[in-house]
Structures are given as structure tokens and as C-alpha cells.
Design a protein around this ligand. Structure first.
Ligand code: PBG
Length: 335
């Protein structure tokens, strides 16, 4: 039986019915806010490629975190920008490095926050690649040793979750093993499992001063054309000991999020990256589209595809909009 008996619009007639039928929700608990912390910076500095986002000094971060917590967001992801870079990324695993100091500060002053650290070498390497290089080749196994040291130093500083984002082979297993051997069996590991070689990272590289000085990241990050390969990457990371896996970027890879959600029983996160942020900001600033609706619709779509947690630079805006909805008597939802 079809039309006129079947009329899906019956259930869309009123706000109440639409609420009853709603399948996907957003909640501040699901949001992770990324921060860039820069060594030897005074105060904070706006990131030119990401209007409305800032690099913070260690001293400037606490007042920002107070505002974040006030909005009900409880999870942060940290990126460090060191004062000096070299070919062994030594600041990445220095116990007094900028990320290590920031983690210690947060665990002391804001124990209610989950601290996730991005484990990658590109911000710390003079050449901007995510691993050790020989000529123009990015070496895999030699890089693992440095990633392991970095992850363990983050765990020592008190990180709740370490998040390797380099896409070297075997890094999840190597990091898990080292964490366990060093007494950090409870430190969780979020793997950037399906991370694509994407143009959407453009604004981030300016934000984190991590643009590769030669070549690109296609020999280690995934080909945007590949969908099945993502499942293989996730399978390997689960085997190696990942506690949760991530897809990145988010909006252009909803099929990948959906596939992983359907195939594996592992918590799944997605990263709405810098380019997704800047595209929406630019369109909204130009007056072409509505920022709030664009943000809510895209984040809701990422949830609908199957992501449990979402990393997004819009986390504070989303929280503010959700609180407004609640004040108006609506549920924590959308639009
Ligand atoms: C580090 C890293 C990158 C991002 C997260 N971790 C940049 C890259 O791979 O070039 C991108 C995040 C964003 O664009 O918001 N390797």
C-alpha cells in the first residue's frame, strides 16, 4: 500500500511529533575541543586561516578552559607548537615540552577535563613531516621509536588518552606495548585509524606551523579514493590495541564512518577538521549561508553516520546553541 494511504508527512506536522520521531541527538558530552598551545607565546594569537580560533600560551589557556567548562564541555585535544624544531622532533618527547607542561597544568587545575593528546611529530620536525626522513623518504620503523617516546611522555604527564595521528604502520601496537611496560595500562589509545591525505587540513598547517617543507603526506596518509582500505586500517588498529578509532576528515567521509560503525564494535570518533571549520566560517561571514544551521546540520550528520564522539572547533558554539535550545524547552537536538 502506498500513497494516499502512506503519508510520511503526518509525522512531520508539528514540532512535538518531529521531536518524538527524532533519531539522532547532539549533546555536549559528545564533543571534544581541539587546542593549539604554543611555547614562548605571550597571551593568545588569532589563527589567520581559522578566524575565531587561537593559539594559546600555557598561561593564557586556563581562562579559556574555564569558559569551556562553564559551557559544559569536558574533553580537550591538545596540539603543541614548540619554540624549536629539529630533525628528531626532540621537543615532542621532552618531559618539559609544551604539551607535557600543558597536560600537567590541566590535570592539576581542571581535573574534570578529559585530556587527549595528539601524538605526531610534524609540528616538532624542522621539515614538517610526521616521521624521520632520509632524503625525501619518510621512514616508518625509525619513526615508531620517537612516537613511542612521545606517547609515554604524554602519559607520564597525566594524559587520559593518547591519539597517534601520523599514520605510520604498527604505531598503535608499539605505543600500546610501551604504555603497558611503563605502568600506563589504563591510559587509553585513540587511533586516527582512517586519516586521509586531505586538502581539508590546509588551515591547520598554518595554525600549527607544520606544513611539509618538501613533498606531501600521500605516502603515509590514505588515498581519498579508498573506502575498503579504511576497514583494513581499523582492523589492524583494533588488533594492535586501539580503544577507539577515528575517521578524519568527517563530512567528506561519512560513508567511511558508516562502514566502520556497521562492521566493528568499537567506539568511533570523527574529526571535523580545520578546513571544514574554515569553509563554514567563510561562507557565513560572507553572508551566503547561516552559520548555526550549517554547523548543527553537519555535526548532526556526522553523528547520524555513526560517530559517537566528535572533534570540532565549533564545540563551544554548539554548546551555546544547545543550551539556548534547552532554555527554550526543546530537547538537546538540532536546528
Ligand atoms: C598532525 C595532524 C594534522 C591534523 C591533526 N593532526 C595535520 C596533518 O596531518 O597534516 C589536522 C587537523 C585539522 O585539520 O583540523 N599530523
Amino acid at each position: 500500500m502506498s500513497f494516499p494511504t502512506q503519508r510520511p508527512r503526518r509525522l512531520r506536522q508539528s514540532e512535538n511529533l518531529r521531536r518524538l520521531m527524532r533519531e539522532t541527538y547532539l549533546h555536549t558530552d559528545q564533543l571534544i575541543m581541539p587546542y593549539f598551545v604554543q611555547e614562548s607565546l605571550k597571551g593568545k594569537e588569532e589563527i589567520s586561516s581559522m578566524p575565531g580560533q587561537f593559539r594559546y600560551s600555557l598561561q593564557a589557556l586556563p581562562s579559556e578552559l574555564e569558559a569551556l567548562i562553564e559551557l559544559g564541555i569536558r574533553h580537550v585535544l591538545l596540539f603543541g607548537i614548540p619554540a624549536v624544531k629539529d630533525v628528531r622532533a626532540s621537543q615532542a618527547y621532552d618531559p618539559q615540552g609544551i604539551v607535557q607542561q600543558t597536560v600537567e597544568m590541566i590535570k592539576k587545575q581542571f581535573p574534570e577535563l578529559t585530556v587527549i593528546t595528539d601524538v605526531c611529530l610534524c609540528e616538532y620536525m624542522s621539515h614538517g613531516h610526521c616521521g624521520m626522513v632520509e632524503g625525501e623518504k619518510v621512514l616508518n620503523d625509525e619513526t615508531l621509536e620517537l612516537l613511542v617516546k612521545t606517547a609515554v611522555s604524554h602519559a607520564k604527564a597525566g594524559a587520559d588518552v593518547v591519539a597517534p595521528s601520523d599514520m605510520m604502520d604498527g604505531r598503535v601496537g608499539a605505543i600500546r606495548k610501551a604504555l603497558d611496560q611503563n605502568g600506563f595500562k589504563d591510559t587509553a589509545l585513540m587511533s586516527y585509524a582512517a586519516k586521509y591525505a586531505s586538502a581539508f587540513y590546509g588551515p591547520f598547517r598554518e595554525a600549527a606551523h607544520s606544513t611539509p617543507q618538501f613533498g606531501d603526506r600521500q605516502s603515509y596518509q590514505m588515498d581519498p579514493a579508498n573506502r575498503e582500505e579504511a576497514l583494513r586500517e581499523v582492523a589492524l588498529d583494533i588488533e594492535e590495541g586501539a580503544d577507539l578509532v577515528m575517521v578524519k576528515p568527517a563530512l567528506a567521509y561519512l560513508d567511511v564512518i558508516c562502514d566502520i560503525k556497521k562492521t566493528y564494535h568499537i567506539p568511533l570518533a570523527a574529526y571535523q577538521v580545520s578546513g571544514e571549520y574554515t569553509m563554514i566560517k567563510s561562507a557565513a561571514t560572507a553572508g551566503f549561508m547561516d552559520e548555526k544551521r550549517l554547523v548543527m546540520e553537519s555535526v548532526l550528520a556526522i553523528r547520524r553516520a555513526g560517530a559517537t564522539a566528535i572533534l570540532t572547533y565549533f564545540a563551544k558554539d554548539i554548546a551555546r546553541w544547545l543550551h539556548e535550545e534547552v532554555r527554550r524547552g526543546s530537547n538537546l537536538s538540532t536546528l
